[in-house]
Design a protein around this ligand. Structure first.
Ligand code: NAD
Length: 248
């Protein structure tokens, strides 16, 4: 018996990085079925197959979370196939960094669309299913950058938006026994941090009490807690998974 027995879960941006680790952890926790969504279908299929070669419990689907029609269509198919969504992990995210005076409007819009507008689409796509059954767990991946980060005005704004969106949904969905929480990671060892210049990385690690980057499994374990009934009276929270980086 796993702690997520009989739960149907969806993870966005789950082909690799933190999302793939979350998918893997939810699978280990015993979910009844899991949908691995990503822009990159080939990689999503490889991730799903590595977990469940039979393809009975874990399915991969292409889904650009910034495209509302695609989100509605994909979530419609998931609900048709499995009957419901119990757990939604909004993980897909991108960066397009530049100092603000050089940031172009395309990169501003792209980041806001993928990181924030997507959550409007996915949460609306599952709201009916969750509200109708008085049960749901939503976990939104934010970032330390929500507190502001030079060179990331678009990303910081999107991730700050995720925090207030999360708190608002928690208030609206609480009466329906749906918890909505967020996680703010920092410096987790994925492709996303590979572009950080070495000098900046050494500085960031100096400011980090734990003096190391985090592992994807260290984010996935916190998601697992928030996706399970171990956190049944926790909602509207943001848990920082950052080695103490923001302690002042
Ligand atoms: P990653 O780049 O390794 O993986 C991101 C995944 O999202 C990829 O598989 C990509 O194909 C997918 N994706 C991108 N755009 C998409 C879209 N429009 N629709 C569907 N899927 C899409 O990144 P990661 O480090 O694993 O980041 C995962 C989440 O964690 C992101 O929201 C990111 O902002 C957040 N985060 C990461 C860190 C870090 O240090 N790595 C820190 C704070 C927050």
């Amino acid at each position: 018996m796993g702690k997520l027995d009989s739960k149907i879960a969806v993870v966005t941006g789950a082909a690799k990085g933190i999302g793939a680790a979350i998918a893997s952890r939810l699978f280990e926790d015993g979910v009844e079925a899991l949908a691995v969504l990503d822009l990159d279908l080939e990689q999503a299929e490889a991730t799903a197959k590595a977990l469940d070669p039979s393809g009975e419990k874990v399915i991969a689907m292409k889904c650009d979370v910034s495209n509302r029609d695609e989100v509605n269509s994909v979530f419609g198919k998931i609900i048709e196939k499995f009957g419901r969504v119990d757990i939604l992990i909004n993980n897909a995210g991108i960066t397009k960094d530049a100092m603000f005076h050089k940031m172009n409007v395309e990169d501003w819009n792209k980041v806001i669309n993928v990181n924030l507008n997507s959550m409007f689409y996915t949460c609306q796509a599952v709201a009916g299913s969750m509200r109708g059954r008085n049960y749901g767990k939503i976990v939104n991946i934010s970032s330390n950058a929500a507190w502001g980060n030079a060179g990331q005005a678009n990303y910081s704004a999107s991730k700050g938006g995720v925090l207030s969106f999360t708190r608002t949904l928690a208030k609206e969905f609480g009466p329906k026994n749906i918890t909505v929480n967020s996680i703010a990671p920092s410096l987790i060892d994925t492709d996303m941090i590979k572009t950080i210049p070495e000098e900046l990385m050494s500085m960031a690690l100096m400011l980090n009490p734990m003096r190391r980057v985090g592992q994807v499994s260290e984010v996935a374990s916190v998601v697992s807690f928030l996706a399970s009934d171990d956190s049944s009276y926790v909602t509207g929270e943001c848990i920082q998974v950052n080695g103490g980086f923001l302690i002042v």
